[in-house]
Design a protein around this ligand. Structure first.
Ligand SMILES: [Zn+2]
Length: 167
């Protein structure tokens, strides 16, 4: 496994254990060249998946790409990587159980949004803003409004203070 920091091919497994739900094996690896540490996961792949893009193009499903977009949404958020792993596993299992192994890209996006909503509100809004290609502030308000549903009602916005120069 190539080191993500220095690209050395000589990395070593330091520890190996199943994730909490035993759906993956988690390996901690170390790179003797640069001292970099990283984690890899070994998982079951039940079937090959094809993603049908909005353009009509078909591409092989790429779990790493999905992981990358999730990682971008979760950047600097305090979420346990194992929870992320479980969420992605869940998405992949759902996709694998659908239809004939071909899934619309919209379905993938909806599942990721749903999964992120359960993990981290900020990541959810980040992902949704890219995925839904928000152009207007009201789109954000709408999705933030949906997040607030079921929670306490927000207090009314503070009244504008009158500037001292005004009569
Ligand atoms: Zn390295």
């Amino acid at each position: 496994m190539r080191c993500p920091s220095c690209a050395s091919l000589d990395t070593q497994v330091k520890a190996s254990r199943p994730t909490d739900d035993s759906s993956s094996i988690r390996r901690r690896r170390i790179c003797p060249d640069c001292g970099g540490r990283f984690t890899t996961f070994e998982r079951v792949q039940l079937r090959e998946l094809t993603v049908l893009k909005r353009s009509g193009r078909r591409v092989p499903f790429d779990r790493d790409k999905l992981q990358q977009s999730v990682d971008v949404a979760l950047r600097k958020r305090p979420v346990d990587p194992e929870r992320v792993e479980r969420m992605i596993n869940g998405i992949v299992r759902q996709l694998e159980s659908m239809g004939e192994g071909e899934v619309p890209s919209e379905t993938v996006g909806e599942l990721v949004m749903e999964g992120l909503k359960g993990l981290d509100d900020v990541a959810y809004v980040r992902f949704a803003s890219v995925y839904k290609n928000f152009r207007e502030a009201k789109d954000f308000e709408e999705i933030l409004g949906k997040l607030a549903e079921g929670e306490e009602e927000l207090p009314p916005p503070p009244k504008k203070k009158r500037a001292p120069s005004e009569p």
